[in-house]
Design a protein around this ligand. Sequence first.
Ligand code: ADP
Length: 190
Amino acid sequence: MTNLILFGPPGSGKGTQAVTLAEKYGIIHISTGDLFRYEMSNNTPLGLEAKSYMQKGELVPDEVTIGMLGNKVEANPDANGFIFDGFPRTVAQAQALDRLLSDKGQEVAALIALEVDDDEIVARILNRGKTSGRNDDNDELIIRNRIDVYNRETAPVFDYYAQTGKTKRIDGIGSVDEIFQRLCAEIDAL
Ligand code: ADP
């Protein structure tokens, strides 16, 4: 069983790469952002709560996010592994993930970080906003806030996994295919 965390700032290409990696390695892709957007589109209580944070570029509270993620993992008992995209975004979420996996006798195999600089991120997200229909992709102030939240709350997750030697860094600039090849090289070497 291979459990991977695809890590990096908003707009670094995690979602794009996670879909094809999940296919190639036969593991399940879990994107907490996609799960929240699904709940929002169905106007569920969870979706309405998430929306109030997402539209400001803030994180949804940990207990809400961790509960939702746990349900998704439990719903796939026969999975060959998972690729987590957009989770964990705080150290508390990372600790919860480690507990959840260790209860199953599993662990995180690696955290792979896509490195992309801030200006490139803003440009990519604004471009995505033309077609994504996401409010949080259309406003540079919200995008900059998401980057600040990432630096403040999410970047420490890298250090948390670095302590156990599980972190890898990948240059996130290049074509989608080039970056995919870089990711596969890291995963194949695990
Ligand atoms: P991006 O990577 O482009 O920011 P996501 O779809 O991963 O897009 O996340 C969109 C928003 O969903 C975040 O800004 C945040 O409000 C919320 N969200 C997603 N994942 C989490 C998480 N693990 N913890 C808290 N909030 C989250």
